[in-house]
Every structure is written in structure tokens, then in C-alpha cells.
Ligand binder design. Structure first.
Ligand SMILES: *[C@@H]1O[C@H](CO)[C@@H](O)[C@H](O)[C@H]1NC(C)=O
Ligand SMILES: *[C@@H]1O[C@H](CO)[C@@H](O)[C@H](O)[C@H]1NC(C)=O
Length: 379
């Protein structure tokens, strides 16, 4: 809703100021400084700017005086290769999409099916936004023309499967809030350019995720699978991963095996799971971890391996069942080891009486304010 409003706002700003569209483009294509501003269309094909009329003046359709009649789907707005068709109650992908379009926004419509020829000829399209429709079917060949597609946003639809034959050029896939229950080994085969993958809020279980399903994502840096029913960390995640967000699942333990090879992992989110055990050796598998969220789980002890870990700076352990905290749980025994100082430790809402925790326990913490210990921040 907020995004929709923002988009509408930006579009109306674009109407008023036809030469200041970089705002919208920056927003959508922020990591492509070179290609962010496509060349403007020749003046004859550009729509005239809206001229404010006096109160009560009749609304005159403005596109009647366009000499060449630029190709733009009925009721959509086309500016600088951005085709804006959101919030129009559309039941199908419209016809007449300009073939040089780089961004096609179809969010907040009522599209239920993507047909074979819906995106025919759109070989320059970089971003396709289909968020919040009613899509249940995507034709197996529908994405075939999209040879340049980098971003595919399919969240908030009714898909039961991740579409087959997604463009190999894809860098970002967002498909959360659908009805996906399976991730097959072939699903992401050959998708070597994906950097961001958002799969949360789908009815996934661990048996629905094939081992090695993510193995082909050789460049992926961010994976989020939050708020599903998986009970274990998926196996065989790519070593390129730097952020893994698995919050709000039903994971019961952290095994060393599941984190094997994740040598670039910097952030691991496991809040709101059912984790009672972090196996010995798990943290050693992720030597560059900086942030670990294990709050709202069923841990009875501080995870092993923290004193030996060089880079962990933030560890959330609040709302668990930790009944005792030892002086060697967080910090190495001597001061002169090379270990980054902690900048955040949370332990509140645990059964440990906080007055029993020795201050020396936190000798490798940057500042006293970095520790949240008592139960005063109970949720
Ligand atoms: C997880 O399973 C429960 C119980 O079967 C179900 O009610 C819930 O909707 C599932 N969660 C998701 C995200 O599908
Ligand atoms: C984990 O390691 C500690 C210290 O080496 C040891 O005391 C403990 O028994 C180990 N736990 C398991 C489950 O192997």
C-alpha cells in the first residue's frame, strides 16, 4: 500500500515535471548508475505536460494532439522507457507495450495468468513488477523473450510454484507471499547472476526444499526465507552468501553441517524459531560472521564457540531459556587475543538472574551500553 502510494506520488510528480524523472528511476534502478537514465524519447513522441487549469475547467483528454501516437498501453503511462500500469484493475498484461521498455510496472492489478506472448519482443526489459496480483499460472515460455531481465518481482500472488524458465540474466527475484510449497533442485538451475533472493511467507517445509536447490546461485549474496514452516537450515547454500535471513521459521537446531562452506556469511538471522541447540563447531564454519540473531528461541545456554570467534560483534539471545551465563561464554580468557569487541549483546527475557552474571563476563564488549541484560525490555 505504501509502495503503491509512493509510486503514485512519484508518477504524479513526473507528470508535473517531465524532465525530473530521475527520482523514480533512481529509486528503481539505484545500482545501475550508467544505465539509470535512458535517452529521452524524441519530442514528437513525448506527451505534453499537464497544464493546470482553472477551477471548473473541463477535463480535455490530452493525448489527442500527439502527432505520431506513441505506443503505450491504454490507460498506462509511458515515460523514458518506463511503462507504468499499476493500480488499474487490469485482468491481463496489456498489449502495445513499447518494445524498448526497460521497466514494466503492473503491480496492484487483478492479473491471474501470464500468457505465452504477454512479454513478446521485450528484450530490453530490465525490471518487471507484478507484485500484488492474482497470478496462479505463468506460461512456461512467457519469460523467454526477456533476455535482459534483471529484476523480477512476483510477491503477493497465488503462485504454487516458482516459475520455470526464468531468464538467466536475473539478479533479483522476489516471490514472497505466494503459495509455494516446493523448491526443486532444477528450480534455480543455471541462474548464476542472482544476487538477491526473497522467498519468505510461503508454505514451505524442509521436505519441500531439495538439497542443493540453491547450489547454482554462484553469486548470490542475500537469501531470505522467513515466516515459512522449514524446520532446518537448507543444506548446500552457496559460499558467496553474505546475508541469510531465516527468521520466523520452525528450525530446531543449528548444525555445523548446515553452515559448512559459508565463509563469506556476515549476517545470520534465526530469530523466532524453535532452536534449542547450537552444535559445537557451528560458528567455526562461518568465520566472518559479524551478526547473529538467535532471539526468541528455546536455547538453554549461550551458543558454544563465541570466545574463539574473531568477528562476531552483535549477538541477540533475548527471549530464550538461558538459565546460566558463565564468565567464559562470550570472551576469550586473555585480553590480548585478536577479537573484535562486541557492540551488541542482548540477554533479557531469559531465566538467568541477571545479578548473578559476573561483570567480567563482558570484558570484550566495547561499551557497557552494548549489553542488554535485565528483563526491563520484555516484549
Ligand atoms: C505452517 O503450518 C501451519 C500448520 O500446518 C499452518 O497453519 C501455517 O499456515 C503454515 N505456515 C505457512 C507460512 O504456510
Ligand atoms: C562441545 O564442546 C565442549 C568443549 O569442547 C564439550 O565440553 C562438550 O561436551 C561438547 N558438546 C558436544 C555435544 O559435543
Amino acid at each position: 500500500m505504501r509502495l503503491a502510494c509512493l509510486t503514485l506520488l512519484l508518477v504524479s510528480v513526473c507528470w508535473a515535471l517531465p524532465f525530473r524523472q530521475s527520482v523514480f528511476l533512481d529509486f528503481m534502478m539505484d545500482d545501475e548508475p550508467g544505465s539509470a537514465l535512458p535517452e529521452p524519447l524524441p519530442p514528437s513522441t513525448r506527451r505534453p505536460p499537464k497544464i493546470p487549469k482553472g477551477p471548473g475547467a473541463p477535463e480535455i483528454p490530452e493525448f489527442t494532439d500527439i502527432p505520431l501516437g506513441p505506443v503505450c498501453p491504454f490507460r498506462c503511462q509511458c515515460h523514458l522507457r518506463v511503462v507504468q500500469c499499476s493500480d488499474l484493475g487490469m485482468k491481463n498484461v496489456p498489449e502495445d507495450i513499447p518494445v524498448d521498455a526497460t521497466l514494466l510496472d503492473l503491480q496492484n492489478n487483478k492479473i491471474s495468468e501470464i500468457r505465452e506472448n504477454d512479454f513478446k519482443g521485450l528484450k530490453g526489459l530490465h525490471a518487471l513488477i507484478l507484485v500484488n496480483n492474482k497470478i496462479t499460472i505463468i506460461h512456461a515460455k512467457a519469460f523467454a523473450p526477456l533476455v535482459s531481465l534483471q529484476r523480477l518481482y512476483l510477491s503477493k500472488n497465488l503462485l504454487k510454484d516458482i516459475p520455470a524458465n526464468m531468464p538467466k540474466s536475473l539478479q533479483e527475484l522476489r516471490i514472497h507471499e505466494n503459495q509455494i510449497s516446493k523448491i526443486r533442485k532444477a528450480t534455480f538451475a543455471g541462474m548464476a547472476h542472482v544476487i538477491v533472493m526473497e522467498l519468505g511467507s510461503n508454505p514451505l517445509t524442509s521436505s519441500g526444499v531439495d538439497g542443493g536447490a540453491f547450489a547454482d546461485l554462484k553469486r548470490v549474496s542475500y537469501i531470505r526465507i522467513a515466516d515459512t514452516n522449514i524446520t532446518a537450515i537448507p543444506k548446500g547454500l552457496p559460499s558467496s552468501l553474505s546475508e541469510l535471513h531465516l527468521d520466523g521459521n520452525k528450525i530446531t537446531k543449528v548444525t555445523a553441517d548446515s553452515l559448512k562452506g559459508l565463509k563469506n556469511l556476515a549476517k545470520l538471522g534465526l530469530s523466532h524459531n524453535e532452536i534449542s541447540v547450537v552444535e559445537n563447531g557451528s560458528l567455526a564454519m562461518v568465520p566472518h560472521l559479524r551478526e547473529l540473531h538467535l532471539d526468541s528461541n528455546a536455547l538453554t545456554a549461550v551458543p558454544p564457540g563465541l570466545p574463539e570467534h574473531k568477528y562476531i560483534q552483535v549477538i541477540y539471545l533475548h527471549s530464550n531459556k538461558i538459565a546460566a551465563v558463565g564468565t567464559e561464554d562470550f570472551c576469550p580468557p586473555s585480553y590480548n587475543t585478536k577479537k573484535a569487541m562486541y557492540s551488541g549483546i542482548s540477554l533479557f527475557s531469559n531465566p538467568v538472574p541477571y545479578w548473578e552474571v559476573q561483570p567480567i563476563t563482558f570484558r570484550c564488549v566495547f561499551d557497557r551500553s552494548a549489553i542488554q541484560l535485565g528483563n526491563y525490555r520484555k516484549k
